[in-house]
Ligand binder design. Structure first.
Ligand code: ADP
Length: 266
């Protein structure tokens, strides 16, 4: 599966799955647009309200820079933006710039997200709000800003990252599960609109060890998990052959939700 001459934008590209997705797409011929949040207090950015490829001196997110370097080493073209996906004006400014630079975006992977475990009665309003601002609103802003570009080209592939706890529930994961299920709903309805423009929208539910989850799982079980199935499924879901309006689980096949619950209590 090749992505030559296609432009792929990946949010949350600084770490975990986002980085793995970006590298895999670059290896398969895509040009990359990397997005992750500014980190640290000195993140003033430039006029865009964010740091972009043209102003890397202001970069604050070392992990995102590492992804950027890894992709440049592969010989792929790559643009870099440090911005908070929950800031709609920054998202719009980035898309305007992309329109000038590359004119098109074929693939959008909404992967930026936040994660935190908390018993229900102790959930703070600010944490609940942040979960929805980043995971749901951020995905909405990116998708809506890129929609006209994809429509104009008569082609688009959009992927939402969901989670096992969204589909089946998990202890102390109410905000995360609720936000990810909002994305499932978005896929279901938006895929109906996208069909006529050849824009396909799907979700991928990683059932594997990611940077987000390894903080919560015992090291002893880490070798059971692998990115490979997840990234391969991602490639299918953003390819020309992608279905529309589907939700795929991908990961270590033998790891059931019940086993996840067991691991968490080790
Ligand atoms: P996973 O394990 O699923 O890959 P990570 O926590 O490693 O999850 O990745 C989530 C990524 O999303 C991180 O790189 C993080 O910096 C990024 N991210 C979180 N919030 C925002 C935001 N508001 N804007 C942009 N990127 C964000």
């Amino acid at each position: 599966m090749r992505f030559d001459n296609q432009v792929a934008l990946v949010t949350g590209a600084g770490s975990g799955l986002g980085r793995a997705y970006a590298i895999m797409l670059a290896e398969r011929g895509a040009k990359l647009v990397l997005v992750d949040q500014p980190k640290g207090s000195s993140s003033q950015g430039e006029a865009l309200g964010a740091t972009s490829s043209s102003n890397l001196a202001h970069a604050t997110n070392a992990e995102l820079q590492q992804t950027h370097q890894a992709i440049l080493k592969l010989g792929a073209e790559c643009l870099y933006f440090e911005l908070d996906v929950s800031q709609q004006d920054d998202v719009k400014a980035m898309v305007n710039r992309l329109q000038q630079d590359w004119q098109r975006v074929d693939i959008l992977i909404n992967n930026a997200g936040v994660y935190g475990a908390c018993s229900f009665e102790h959930i703070q309003q600010a944490d609940w709000q942040r979960q929805f601002d980043v995971d749901v609103n951020g995905s909405f802003y990116l998708t809506q800003a890129l929609w006209p570009l994809m429509k104009a080209h008569g082609y688009g592939r959009i992927l939402m990252t969901t989670g096992v706890s969204a589909l089946f529930g998990d202890l102390h994961q109410v905000p995360f599960s609720a936000a990810k299920m909002a994305l499932v709903g978005m896929v279901n309805s938006l895929s109906l609109e996208g069909e006529q423009f050849n824009i396909h929208i799907n979700s991928l539910c990683p059932q594997a060890l990611t940077a987000m989850t390894d903080k919560h799982l015992a090291p002893a079980i880490q070798p059971l998990f692998s990115f490979d199935t997840v990234t391969a499924t991602m490639a299918f879901l953003v390819s020309r052959a992608a279905p529309n309006g589907q939700h795929l689980l991908a990961g270590a096949g033998s790891v059931s939700h019940g086993m996840f619950a067991e691991f968490q209590s080790i």
